[in-house]
Every structure is written in C-alpha cells, then in structure tokens.
Design a protein around this ligand. Structure first.
Ligand SMILES: Nc1ncnc2c1ncn2[C@@H]1O[C@H](COP(=O)(O)OP(=O)(O)OP(=O)(O)O)[C@@H](O)[C@H]1O
Ligand SMILES: [Mg+2]
Length: 283
C-alpha cells in the first residue's frame, strides 16, 4: 500500500498526480493487476492492542480507541504509563503482536513504513535537527518545498520572529544538531518542519518545564496553529491542551482507565480529577 499524490476529477475519480496537489490517496494494488485509490482522511483506530517491548513484559493492555478525522486525542498519565509507547506503535517503530491498528480503515502493517511516517507529522520532545541551515531543517518536512513555502511554514508555526532574529535568519547554519538553540527554539523549528509537510495526522509530545514561560507561550501558539483541522494525538503536559482536547485518555500501567472530555472526567472524580486538582503539571 502506497501513499500517492492524487487528483480528484469532476466525477470524484481519484488518480495519481505527478505534481504535488496537497491531496493524498492510498493506492491499493490488487492481485489481478488493477489498482484502486482511496482518499487519505486521517481516521485512526486501535482495537484491543496488547504490546510489550519484550514478550514477557507487557506494557499496553487491551487498548482501544478511535480518532475521527480532525479530532484531538490527548494522553495523560504518570511516567511509564505507556503514552509514548502508543505513539511508537502508530508510526510503526514497533509492530504489535495482538490487536489491530487501522489508518483510514487500512491495517497499518500493510502500509509502507516510509509512507506511513510521511503521513504522520511528529513533533517530539527530543527534536532531531541536523547540521545545516534553518531553511534546510524546515525543508526536511517536504523535500521539494520552495524557500517561500518554508518561510510560510515558519510563520504558521509562530517560529518566524525568532528565526529572523538569528544572525543569518533562515540561512543561519545550525551546528551540533541545533545545540546553540534553546529547547523551545528547537521545538519551534520542528513545528515549522511539520507545518511544511502538512500531514493530516499529527503526533505531538509536548515539552515540559525546561522551557521558559514566554517561549512556552510561543511554542503553544505554534502547536495550536498546527493542530487546526488535523487528527492529533498529543501527549499532553499542559492543562490548556488537555482542556481543549475532544477526548482525553487517562493511562495507568498500560490500561486506559478513564476516557472523556475535561468536563466528563472531572465529574467522574477519578484519576483525572486527582491529577487535575492535585497538580497543574500533568506528568
Ligand atoms: N524501548 C524500550 N524497551 C523496553 N521497554 C521500554 C522501552 N520504552 C519504554 N519501555 C517501558 O515501557 C513502559 C511504558 O513506557 P512509555 O515510554 O510508553 O511511558 P510514558 O507514559 O511515555 O512515560 P513518560 O511520561 O515518562 O514519557 C515503561 O515501563 C518503560 O520502562
Ligand atoms: Mg513518554
């Protein structure tokens, strides 16, 4: 199963496009040699997923969830609960042995890993910047992006102001994986990278306390802009993100123990309520 650039004809027919159209489709090859196309929407289903990094040590137990296109799903829970593990499974850093994960109804094990990862934007806590200019680092999200597109993404990510203050602006060379920048600044560049890729599904791992409040507000705004109109899985540390999520999954020891929106979960007076009333940092 491949992800291809697609055109949609007047009658709704989907075909391969040579140019980048901003529309993506899954190309299904069939045993008789024919192919069919299915528009990429961004719905994600996990069904009874069990997983352990080592067979004798299960980490996730019977995890089921459904994210409709455009929905925001937030994961909260204590350290080691399994939040990052769920995202590792979505992008197939690890494959599950039990249960199903479907993306637009397709079993993700049938999707080429490169295509899958291209279709999932990721902004992780440990950003992976490389030695090269800021522009090149942003362009990594979409290799054929023009300078204008990269700068446009910088603006949308709320990163443009700080980038323009660097000695050479977008042409500033980052050395040592961006070690000369703060964590918040590195994250802004990786948000811009995700913005230029413009994927329908995003995985965000929010930064924690090591960012100063002002930078945090800037990063938050960039993330909010990026989340618009996409299916988003966010490992949330900030209360504002959690409050705005369509559905919050509370994980404990690999089990989803509570699910619902902020108001529902507060009313349940369970673990979420404890987290919420106990501390503002949901870690
Ligand atoms: N690569 C790995 N190999 C083996 N065990 C792992 C690996 N990554 C995580 N684990 C284990 O899986 C469990 C869940 O870890 P996970 O990273 O998903 O937690 P988390 O909820 O993201 O925690 P945190 O809030 O600290 O990031 C933990 O017991 C952890 O020790
Ligand atoms: Mg984690």
């Amino acid at each position: 199963m491949k992800l291809v650039n697609a055109c949609i004809g007047e009658n709704g027919d989907i075909t391969d496009a040579k140019e980048r159209t901003g529309i993506w489709a899954w190309k299904h090859p069939h045993s008789d040699g024919s192919v069919t196309y299915q528009r990429q929407e961004g719905d994600v289903l996990l069904e009874n997923v069990n997983f352990g990094y080592e067979p004798e040590k299960p980490v996730l137990f019977d995890v089921s969830l459904y994210a409709k296109p455009g929905q925001k799903v937030a994961f909260v829970g204590s350290t080691g609960a399994g939040k990052t593990t769920i995202t590792n499974l979505l992008n197939r850093f690890y494959d599950i042995s039990q249960g199903k994960i479907r993306y637009d109804g397709i079993n993700i094990q049938k999707i080429k890993k490169d295509d899958l990862r291209r279709s999932l934007g990721m902004v992780l806590q440990d950003t992976n910047l490389f030695t090269g200019t800021v522009m090149e680092n942003i362009r990594y999200g979409k290799l054929d992006a023009t300078d204008e597109e990269c700068m446009e993404a910088g603006k949308r990510a709320n990163a443009d102001t700080f980038i323009r203050m660097l000695p050479e602006g977008y042409q500033t060379v980052l050395t040592g994986d961006g070690s000369g920048l703060s964590q918040g600044q590195r994250q802004l560049i990786s948000i811009a990278r995700a913005a230029v890729a413009d994927p329908p599904v995003m995985i965000l791992d929010e930064a924690t306390s090591s960012i100063d409040t002002r930078t945090e507000a800037i990063v938050q705004k960039g993330m909010d802009a990026l989340m618009q109109g996409r299916t988003v899985f966010v490992i949330a540390h900030r209360l504002s993100t959690v409050r705005n999520a369509d559905v919050i999954m509370v994980l404990e020891h690999g089990h989803i123990i509570e699910r619902g929106n902020h108001a529902d979960l507060l009313a349940q007076k369970g673990k979420y309520y404890q987290l919420y009333t106990g501390a503002f940092e949901l870690e």
